[in-house]
Design a protein around this ligand. Structure first.
Ligand code: CP
Length: 358
């Protein structure tokens, strides 16, 4: 049985298959309208969401299935102290597939280790957001006609931006990708993403702080929000929150066919005046998220029907270390065993949040 916890759980061929299924759903929606009849999706959202939760729910309804779930931790038994593992075991009794968003990094992995149904990571803290990446990939494919040979600028909060981490992981497997990382010094891309994804895949990248400097060379500009909820120091948030504001003026030096993406929600990093620019693709991106989530639900339910047994971990693990990351699920759930994986570079990383052992 498969789950989707990281975008790397799927091969490039599998991502291509999902894109082709999504394109077929767009062309022939009636062919898919009863594919999930009798099936239930549980949306377990411990953190706020508009797009991800509602597009998952719309996706399941458009496949003929049903939806159960909750949209805030306070209305679930997590408020009484129930663990993620117990929640996953219980929901496995009621639903056929889970989509989970959680503020703690690695929580969906804990859920998939304990559920008897597929689990989809719908965003875990500042770590990963693989289904946003599915929306991004379909949008890039539909707008540019390809997923390779692109110069991609990622702008804003690259440190806590889970959508950025997942997108870089996905794009690093396509040919001819160049990355321009545009952020303030305080919000640079984490070292492990640079070393273990960009360097390992020999992806050329540069780190700069000026959006204007990058603009003319970009095929894709991926704007992100400076996320107030990830800062422990509000003074730092206030100082950084207006670092980048995209305006029609700044777009004058951009390519005519550059594609502007944003996972949304935006606060003020893209001026509303940019919305009428034909290069603004962020609302199309939100729609594409629904089609890719339909394709994903179909794939995971089909895979579960073919091989209902949970996969065991096929990596070398180390257990006599403790994760020090306060944002990791291991710091919130005292009885959860701390497990580390040894990377090809010989570094021990927590399997839940991927932080290096100290
Ligand atoms: N892009 C995204 O994850 O949006 P929501 O937080 O509204 O789900």
């Amino acid at each position: 049985m498969r789950s989707l916890i990281s975008i790397m759980d799927f091969s490039v061929d599998e991502l291509d298959d999902l894109i082709h299924t999504a394109m077929d759903i767009i062309d022939r929606p009636h062919e898919y309208s009863q594919k999930c009849r009798g099936k239930k999706l549980a949306t377990l959202f411990f953190e706020p969401s508009t797009r991800t939760r509602l597009s998952f729910e719309a996706a399941m309804y458009e496949l003929g299935g049903n939806v159960i779930g909750f949209s805030e931790a306070g209305s679930s038994s997590a408020a009484k102290g129930e663990s993620v593992a117990d929640t996953a075991k219980v929901i496995s009794c009621y639903a056929d597939i889970i989509a989970m968003r959680h503020p703690m990094e690695g929580a969906p992995l804990v859920a998939s280790d304990n559920a008897t149904i597929p689990v989809i990571n719908a965003g875990d803290g500042g770590h990963n957001h693989p289904t946003q990446t599915l929306a991004d990939l379909l949008t890039i494919y539909r707008e540019k006609g390809r997923l390779g040979n692109l110069t991609i600028g990622l702008c804003g909060d690259l440190k806590y931006g889970r959508t950025v981490h997942s997108l870089i992981e996905a794009m690093s497997r396509y040919e001819g990708i160049k990355i321009v990382l545009i952020s303030p010094d305080e919000l640079r891309l984490p070292g492990y993403v640079k070393k273990e994804i960009l360097d390992r895949h020999h992806i050329p990248f540069e780190e700069i702080s000026s959006l204007e400097e990058a603009m003319s060379k970009l095929d894709i500009l991926y704007m992100t929000r400076i996320q107030r909820e990830r800062f422990s120091n509000m003074e730092e948030y206030k100082r950084l929150k207006d670092s980048y504001i995209l305006t029609p003026e700044k777009l004058k030096s951009a390519k005519e066919d550059m594609c502007i993406l944003h996972p949304l929600p935006r606060v003020n990093e893209i001026s509303v005046a940019v919305d009428k620019d034909p290069r603004a693709c962020y609302f199309k991106q939100a729609l594409n998220g629904k089609y890719m989530r339909m394709a994903l639900i179909l794939k995971l339910l089909e895979d579960a029907a073919c091989s209902p047994v949970r996969k065991t971990r096929d990596m070398q693990t180390v257990k006599n270390l403790r994760c020090q990351n306060p944002r990791c699920i291991t710091s919130a759930e005292q009885e959860l065993e701390h497990i580390f994986k040894r990377t090809d570079e010989g570094i021990c990383r927590c399997i839940y949040c991927e932080k290096k052992a100290e």
